[in-house]
Design a protein around this ligand. Structure first.
Ligand SMILES: [Zn+2]
Length: 60
């Protein structure tokens, strides 16, 4: 026996469930080094640093 649905979900119930689905705004934090915005837990693409220290080479 598998986990097989016993009943078809009605269109209304499906729509109700999907009212909780929404797009989240893109998370951004301020770079400690150059103050540009970048994604949290990611290297800053503007100056190539992460948490203000690790320098990973940025040309130009
Ligand atoms: Zn930066």
């Amino acid at each position: 026996m598998g986990a097989v649905p016993k009943h078809r979900i009605s269109p209304r119930r499906k729509a109700k469930r999907r009212t909780h689905y929404k797009l989240q705004p893109v998370a951004l934090v301020r770079c400690a080094h150059c103050e540009a915005y970048h994604r949290p837990h990611h290297m800053c693409p503007t100056c190539g640093t992460y948490r203000g220290i690790e320098i990973i080479a940025i040309e130009d």
